[in-house]
Design a protein around this ligand. Structure first.
Ligand SMILES: [Zn+2]
Length: 278
């Protein structure tokens, strides 16, 4: 069976990852446009961990048929024939299925406090860790282990692409501030960074600042492609990797910023790329 790594670039827009032209990530396959089932971090990760990855919004097909087809893909991802939706019954929770039914060692490293180890998401994991810094994927890569005696599953929730789109070596004093959005990482309840901005005539709406933030997310995506190259260097050859996002992000479109209490196509649109390296 394959090792399986599910990488969630928190808040990373589809068009951000495309624009980054990530040469390493693209070694896995082409970057697809898909849609998240939820618009903010917690419900989206729960959904991902039920095994339902971002969907392609297919027309003229029943949801049950789509799920059936989507789950068959796990046979290829895991290198284990016969995996289907009903394999996950009754828990319908992917880490528990991997651990209890397939004998995987299961590990999560998360960046956002709303996903902390005390939440219900931590079920079926052998280890589950909230990282010290919200924006250091390299620290995760350095901790990853792939035992030879059994396959392993790793969930990585990566925070560099989340507001304020800061790289790990960037001093906090230099992070940009949006009026009304702060303390993202100190307080659990302030992780929901989205919302409707005030009207354009209001001084708080500042498209220039939005454009700057968007560029910062692009810079973070380019940077992460380098960290992912370091990951590629350490994974065993029988490893399947899926890279996607939990939701998108709004940068001023129709008066919205961020994600969460936002209903807009761009908050559901996410990148999706997966494959085996060799
Ligand atoms: Zn998120």
């Amino acid at each position: 069976m394959n090792h399986y790594i599910l990488i969630i670039l928190d808040s990373c827009r589809y068009d951000t990852l495309k624009a980054a032209r990530p040469k390493n990530i693209r070694k896995l396959g082409s970057i697809e446009r898909r849609y998240s089932y939820a618009s903010w971090t917690s419900p989206s990760h729960y959904n991902l961990l039920t095994g339902l990855l971002p969907h392609s919004s297919p027309r003229n097909v029943f949801a049950s048929e789509y799920y059936k087809k989507d789950f068959l893909k796990f046979s290829e991802r895991l290198g284990h024939a016969g995996i289907e939706f009903k394999s996950l019954i009754p828990k319908l929770y992917f880490p528990a299925f991997l651990k209890e039914k397939l004998g995987y060692s299961t590990h999560a490293m998360v960046s956002l406090p709303v996903l902390n180890p005390k939440t219900v998401l931590n079920h079926g994991f052998d280890t589950y860790q909230l990282m010290d810094k919200h924006n250091d994927m390299r620290a995760m890569v350095r901790q990853m282990k792939f035992p030879a005696d059994r396959p392993s599953f790793h969930l990585l929730n990566v925070g560099e692409t989340h507001y304020p789109y800061a790289l790990p070596d960037e001093p906090m004093e230099e992070w940009p501030r949006i009026s009304g959005v702060h303390g993202v990482f100190k307080h659990l309840d302030s992780e929901i960074t989205g919302g409707k901005l005030l009207k354009r005539k209001d001084k708080f709406f500042d498209q220039e600042k939005m454009d700057l933030l968007r560029k910062r997310q692009l810079r973070a995506a380019k940077y992460l492609d380098g960290v992912i190259e370091e990951l590629f260097d350490i994974v065993p050859k029988n490893t399947w990797i899926t890279i996607t996002a939990d939701h998108g992000e709004l940068f001023g479109e129709e008066g919205y910023f961020g994600h969460g209490p936002v209903f807009h196509e761009k908050v559901f649109e996410v990148p999706f790329v997966e494959g085996k390296l060799r």
